[in-house]
Design a protein around this ligand. Structure first.
Ligand code: ATR
Length: 269
């Protein structure tokens, strides 16, 4: 019997997740199906209920439903609690279990695919919305120091609040960025969706710096800016997408797929 999985979002037609999971399934010999499902904006819970009734084993959740998914779960994993958002649901023993694989996906991509040692590095995280919140704890746990820059400082301060104390997590205004430089700059704003660039100064990148945009699918203004500024490594978020999918696949199936070959295949599309 084929086990059914899906990704739920709105919009969802451009999702690459079905392709990634099909490649994982083929590679590992797992008998699963995986489809993209668009839920109405007011119909996320009803869509999850339908999938459960139809015997689905789990699903991924993407924009804009990650917080709703968090609220819907019967049991939450630590990563979901840290992120206050859920991107992976497991339907098991009549319960909805929720976790979040976005942060581990980002960290795996930076450390393993891009080959960067993160311990002690200075990270600038741009943005303080859901995308930033989803990766804060896993980033922090790699041993980096983090500065969060956001236009809205209240949101930035709320995001770093739980790291208060002797932790190396701070906020910084965009206006105060000149004169500071970083090993890793991560764009977690939604600016790329509208082809915008956050107000970034010259000189933000240390030698050998990584510029990472969590978006994928095209060159964003942030990536173009980083190349102009001489960042050594410039990456989009495709590797993060593949890695977060692999962690979810492993949770569902108990098998860890090889991500390198899948990422290479996705880059060639
Ligand atoms: P997401 O869940 O994708 O993070 P969100 O919660 O709406 O979406 O957050 C969007 C983030 O992108 C916010 O941090 C927002 O900054 P503000 O909170 O200051 O509004 C940031 N953002 C969007 N467009 C931006 C731009 N052109 N320049 C800088 N930051 C931008």
């Amino acid at each position: 019997m084929t086990d059914k999985y899906a990704v739920i979002g709105n919009p969802i037609s451009h999702s690459k997740s079905p392709l990634i999971h099909r490649m994982f399934a083929e590679q590992t010999g797992q008998d699963i199906s995986y489809e993209a499902i668009e839920a109405p904006l007011d119909g996320f819970a009803a869509t999850v209920a339908r999938l459960r009734a139809e015997g689905y084993k789990g699903c991924n959740v993407t924009v804009p439903f990650k917080f709703e998914a968090y609220q819907l779960c019967d049991e939450l994993g630590q990563r979901a609690i840290d992120a206050k958002a859920v991107n992976t649901l497991i339907f098991r023993d009549g319960k909805i279990l929720g976790t979040n694989t976005d942060g581990p996906g980002l960290v795996l991509d930076i450390q393993q695919n891009l080959g960067i040692e993160m311990m002690w590095k200075d990270v600038l995280l741009l943005g303080a919305g859901g995308a930033a919140a989803g990766v804060m704890w896993p980033l922090f746990n790699t041993g980096v120091s983090i500065e969060v820059a956001n236009r809205n400082m209240e949101k930035a301060q709320a995001l770093v609040k739980e790291f208060e104390g002797p932790c190396s997590v701070r906020t910084r205004r965009y206006e105060d960025l000149p004169g500071h430089s970083y090993d890793i700059v991560i764009n977690a704003t939604s600016s790329g969706l509208r082809d915008e660039l956050p107000a970034l100064p010259d000189g933000l990148f240390k030698p050998d710096a990584l510029a990472y945009d969590m978006m994928y699918g095209r060159e964003t203004p942030f990536m173009a800016y980083a190349r102009r500024q001489g960042a050594t490594l410039v990456s989009d978020g495709l590797g993060m997408l593949v890695e977060q999918a692999a962690v979810a696949f492993d949770l569902w199936r108990g098998v860890r797929p090889d991500t390198k070959s899948v990422l290479e295949a996705m880059r060639k599309l």
